[in-house]
Design a protein around this ligand. Sequence first.
Ligand SMILES: Nc1nc2c(c(=O)[nH]1)N[C@H]1C(S)=C(S)[C@@H](COP(=O)(O)OP(=O)(O)OC[C@H]3O[C@@H](n4cnc5c(=O)[nH]c(N)nc54)[C@H](O)[C@@H]3O)O[C@H]1N2
Ligand SMILES: Nc1nc2c(c(=O)[nH]1)N[C@H]1C(S)=C(S)[C@@H](COP(=O)(O)OP(=O)(O)OC[C@H]3O[C@@H](n4cnc5c(=O)[nH]c(N)nc54)[C@H](O)[C@@H]3O)O[C@H]1N2
Ligand code: SF4
Ligand SMILES: [Mo]
Length: 692
Amino acid sequence: MNAPAEFARAVCPHDCPDTCAMRVTVENGRAIKVTGDPDHPPTQGVLCTKVSRYAERVHHPKRLTQPMKRVGRKGEGRFEPISWEEACAIAAGRLGEIAQRTPEAIVPYSYAGTMGLVQGESIAQRFFHKLGASRLDRTICAAAGAAGLRYTYGAPLGMHTEFFVESEVILIWGANPIASNLHFWTRAQEARRNGARLIAIDPYRSLTAEKCHQHIALKPGTDGALALGMMHVLIVEDRLDHDYIATHTHGYEALKARALSYTPARVAQICGIDEQVVIDLARLYGSTRKAAIRMNYGLQRVRGGGNAVRAIACLPALTGAWRERAGGVLLSSSGWAPADANALQRPDLMPGWPKRLPRVINMNQIGDALTHAGDAAFGPKVEAIVVYNSNPVAVAPDSGKVAAGFAREDLFTIVLEQFQTDTADYADLLLPATTQLEHLDVHKSYGHTHVMANLPAIAPVGEARPNTEIFRMIARKMGLTEPALFESDDEVAAQAFHWDDPALAGTDWESLKSSGWAKLKIADAPFANGGFRTPSGKCEFYSDVLERAGLDPLPDYLPPYESADGAPELAARYPLAMISPPARNFLNSTFVNVESLRATEGEPHVDLNPADAAPRGIGDGDPIRVFNDRGTMRARARVSERAREGLVVGLSIWWKKLAPDGRNANEVTSQALTDLGGSATFYDCLVEVERA
Ligand SMILES: Nc1nc2c(c(=O)[nH]1)N[C@H]1C(S)=C(S)[C@@H](COP(=O)(O)OP(=O)(O)OC[C@H]3O[C@@H](n4cnc5c(=O)[nH]c(N)nc54)[C@H](O)[C@@H]3O)O[C@H]1N2
Ligand SMILES: Nc1nc2c(c(=O)[nH]1)N[C@H]1C(S)=C(S)[C@@H](COP(=O)(O)OP(=O)(O)OC[C@H]3O[C@@H](n4cnc5c(=O)[nH]c(N)nc54)[C@H](O)[C@@H]3O)O[C@H]1N2
Ligand code: SF4
Ligand SMILES: [Mo]
């Protein structure tokens, strides 16, 4: 009999709420198989299709394995290999020269290619802080929702994912868990078998929406109105937990006055749904104790995204659903983990700390930033950009401007990558980065309540190096001597959490490395007795913090920037609302270059409703052009009832160069920011469509 295969423990690094524990089978120094860890409760032994193929990605023939410098034009993607020595000399020379003269002309650009706290923002941030580089506001995904939760609950906190199995009603709101939160979907199905009713609230009949008992297909960007309409019904029909409201909430009378203006008739008109749907939803929600809401970020990528999350977050405090462990809301659970951002990122290394800090650039406006000539208001022209853990040329909005910025011959661009992405094509220096199987890291999760350790399973492929090591090498070459820049990955990981926090009682970095994960110690029903982290300690319907900032202290509905209500003239020219949510087989733009996964997605498609297709002479399968004043992309039409009338849906995020026309949905998306948090407004986007 064979001995049981040896495996190494790893953590899925991707930007996904599930943060799975993985087992890696290694043979002769190669990862040959990656499976879900059956012992890790949230993972339950299952990985999604994408990451089951992780070994294919790690050992992909097109992995970047050597440092390279550009030999072609910007964007052409022609490079020649160089040594690490030469690469560091070039990087140190250019960054050093700019840093001495105009440090803010250097901009880091990164997001969540890995969610690891070490390979994400640790040594990298320390390095840019020490240089005095511009700061980047990392708002491309979740900032509006995070702000909505912060002003209401005090932090991004929510239900434990495992207790959804006991819920009696689950609203799946702006979320498509079959694609993007698989392990939650498993729980929701278990709840359904236990008798729960599942209701999807989504303008699109997603893979998830079609499997729920009910699908409420509202207009995009109108969720705040729906939540306020539900409140209206809860209040006039007195389906409230008055004791919970009196003890654990702040500002009920003011919220009541606001909600009373959102009659079901008005809400039905705003959302484009039937009045009775609003009333029935509120009645069901208000008459169920174990009523749970799984929100996800899909609903907050519009102008009013922050307010919408705030309004929805108020619902379980009105009905007292928070008293039950199977009731409440989950958007993010990341705030439960006591991460120590100051230790990891060392903001105190910034020149001028804490008073006069370098300027901040919102990453959603990188297109404008890179094409700005510089002035007193903006500050200096951007001269260098260092990209890691992100693929902005594909994923950032208003892509035409982003690409124009990256195409500047006078911009010095360093890209740390595993693959030659659309962004990598514009690099002056393209530096090979390790994958999760090759480096050390430590993780929290935004979809469950475990912290986890990732240990290297194999040696770096080729000459790839961890992000941390690349920044250490450049710093050393620059002659920097700040000790914080040269700590090892293990030393950094050991500072990732406040280990003395009660939520981590009994766990430290050494024990986490040997156990693989630790469940945070948080009450099952975390807000049954209040304990919100707001200034008042209550669920803040009314936020004094917002009021002092000159903003609306109460949640409200804000029409999308690009809608008939928000911009009638624009809507007359571009009558269709476009959303571009994640495709099941991609993870943002990651995996688009894994052939087997791209083959499953086929080619870029756009779903549209027969009522919109027919007058334009568009049939199912026709090639079409989607366009607005910002840009244009081509796709193949899929005509069906999946998209509600007036909506077009282009599942994303394609690598531009792997799409037939070299373009993707971000040609048409805008750089406008949300109401709260400065988030992106990818789904607040009017277009027109024609046969190509
Ligand atoms: N397979 C896969 N999984 C992923 C990702 C991926 O790209 N692919 N991305 C990861 C990342 S970075 C994130 S942030 C999460 C995102 O995970 P989710 O937040 O679940 O993200 P989306 O799929 O963007 O949105 C879910 C649904 O929201 C709907 N939606 C769009 N606009 C609105 C609206 O205005 N109101 C309402 N109610 N619904 C709306 C969309 O039609 C979509 O079906 O998923 C992560 N997981
Ligand atoms: N149209 C449209 N655009 C969107 C969205 C949408 O729904 N529609 N979603 C938005 C959202 S929610 C998000 S979160 C963003 C995501 O945007 P990004 O954060 O840019 O995510 P990815 O496209 O997955 O690109 C991550 C890159 O990091 C690289 N990477 C992974 N691990 C490492 C590492 O350890 N080191 C280095 N150096 N590189 C690594 C991967 O190879 C990959 O190319 O996109 C946004 N853009
Ligand atoms: S992408 Fe999400 S579901 Fe897939 S393995 Fe990673 S954490 Fe799990
Ligand atoms: Mo995201």
